[in-house]
Design a protein around this ligand. Sequence first.
Ligand code: GLN
Ligand code: ZN
Length: 775
Amino acid sequence: MSLSLPVATLGTPRIGPRRELKFALEDFWSGVSDEPSLIEAGMALRAANWARQKRLGVTVIPSNDFSFYDQMLDTSVMVGAIPDVYGWKNGPVPLATYFAMARGADGDTTEASCGHAHHGHGVAAQEMTKWFDTNYHYMVPELGRDQQFSLASRKPIEEYEEAKSLGYQTRPVLIGPVTFLKLAKSKEPDFEPLSLLERLLPVYVDVLRELAKRGADWVQIDEPYLVLDLDAAAQAALRSAYAEIAKSVPQIKIMLASYFGALGSNRDTAFGLPVAGLHFDLVRAPEQFSDLAALPRNHVISLGVIDGRNIWRADLNRVLDRLEPVIAALGRDRVQIAPSCSLLHVPIDLGLEEKLDPEIKSWLAFAVQKIEELATLGAALSGGRQSCGAALKESDVAAAARMGSSRIRDAKVAQRIAAIDATQRRRNSPFAKRAEAQHQRFNLPAFPTTTIGSFPQTTAVRNARAAHTRGTLSNAAYKTFLQNETARAIRWQENIGLDVLVHGEFERNDMVQYFGEQFSGFAFTSHGWVQSYGSRYVRPPILFGDVSRPKPMTVEWWQYAQSLTGKPMKAMLTGPVTILNWSFVRDDIPRSEACRQIALAIRDEVHDLEAAGAGMIQIDEAALREGLPLRKSEWKIYLDWAVDSFRICSSGVRDETQIHTHMCYSEFNDIIDAIGAMDADVISIETSRSKMELLDAFRIYKYPNEIGPGVYDIHSPRVPDVLEMKNLLTLARERISDSQLWINPDCGLKTRRWEEVRPALVNMVAAARELRAVP
Ligand code: GLN
Ligand code: ZN
């Protein structure tokens, strides 16, 4: 019998199959439970996780992949990078300090309506941002020149020991020192956190020594920064970090993990590091297969061949075809089988999906199923394919069934995609001419006021929706309820004097799901939760087939809303790029093509809205920026198709139909060409916290179309007063012309309460009026 190949997972979801972690945290935060019960819940989750992996055949089981909130926050705490405001001096870090860093001292965390995360103002939480190109958000370490490091939390050591006492020899996971420093933000201008490396390393050395003392032989160190463009300083930092570690803790073997892309230009640096093993993401970057032969003979190679970022079942025989010759060449004693990255980014167990269409279900694999696939690969590679014939057969059948299914292909969609020509990708007239037609049609005052779309999703709204989903509220009663909410919101907007109204989006559960549920080609899960940040999880839709729109999705609601007012009612849609970026996307066609399909479906809706009389149609592209590739060299390709998709869905309407778009982030400098190319008549953006500075990008670009820079930070419960908004508008007018300027909040208002929204919007309208009176 040949030696069995090691099977690793790199990291697993920590939230529990039934969101146990979320409920334990929320009970603790709300005072329903105490600290010992939270700690116990964490231990139970870890124990279950280790047991599950062992049962499923994992031989290289990770520890320290658990976290109560976030692994970057854990790392900050581990090394004692705890800003003074949290009041920690030395000794063990209390849980209260940890959660203060995560959520602010009074626990007020808010979430943007787009699902990406923000913290409220005045709350001393750490900043949060996206983890590479995932929808996971980490807490950004904050470092200054005088930062000292010490081993402040022994979590990796404790969790290693905890596993050991349960009978598991684990491979602890740490975030690497270079990635940690590169992702940190500087407290001071002209200060580069990477310069703290020398001071930081002794803490890593301490941790590794302590682990070694307790019996750890291997430690996984994640340096995903290795797949980004690294300058000479960062490359040098990697060399000195791992040289120092190798010198100081030679008894520990390091598995250095890169993922989310190829090492690319960092290959030689990575290959030269004195580590015992390297992990490669061979799903995102299969071209790395051909690099493997160049590795120094003594390295152990972790082959990341099962997709840790998507939910499709693998075609195992095809993976084996690829692996067998590679392993034959490398030698089977130096390879491990692994997912492409930690399984943190996929839902836990497909087995829980009782309502999912069985055909679609048979094409999917969540973390549990992915681990089974890894185990099958490991077995097939050691005992031969015939030793796991049944599992491979099943995989074959599923792959063939998916590719052959009539559910994924729609000839009409293919025909339409093929037939898209230049005229469908541009408006009939240039902006100047359209603007004239629109101004005549709407005759709005100077500095028109509007909002971004949603109004507060109150408990009443959420309860009604839940009751409707449960079946305890009839369709008719639910509809009447929503109509009343809508009518009330419209009356209120009229009363306070907003110029362009919205219907409030009360009927929508989520800006992507609402549309996904009405398209063909999308499926939804019941338990497919993935951590977005802290205790916030999302259930991304699954885009499995060609997309089309069987019937109008929003026209009726728009008609109802417009029937209640003489003011223009903006119709509200989510754009194709955003729908794509917030979904699990099929892997059998390029993302660009899937996006164009969604664009055509949205285009149909745009045309139906126009035919029904809608004069203003907003197409939100909240997540356009999020989709940017990790490497700058790939940006243009992405932006080209993203812009193309937006143009497809927004063209083909008359000049006097005004297309709005909305984006909720505050960096435009490097994508301003793309924004210009989208050619929306009006774009609303998030600016209030950047003091309008990001309008500089529009000024320098000489952006000609209209712009609504947000004057009201909707991420905070604070109500801005008239003067504050006027001051922001003054800053805006220094950068763009009055004729371009719209007045609106930063984003949708669905996460706010009416008590905050009412006075804020009243003030906003007052600010606009004062501007009009004294221009
Ligand atoms: N129209 C959406 C809303 O107001 C836009 C949200 C977003 O782009 N994040 O909720
Ligand atoms: Zn927004």
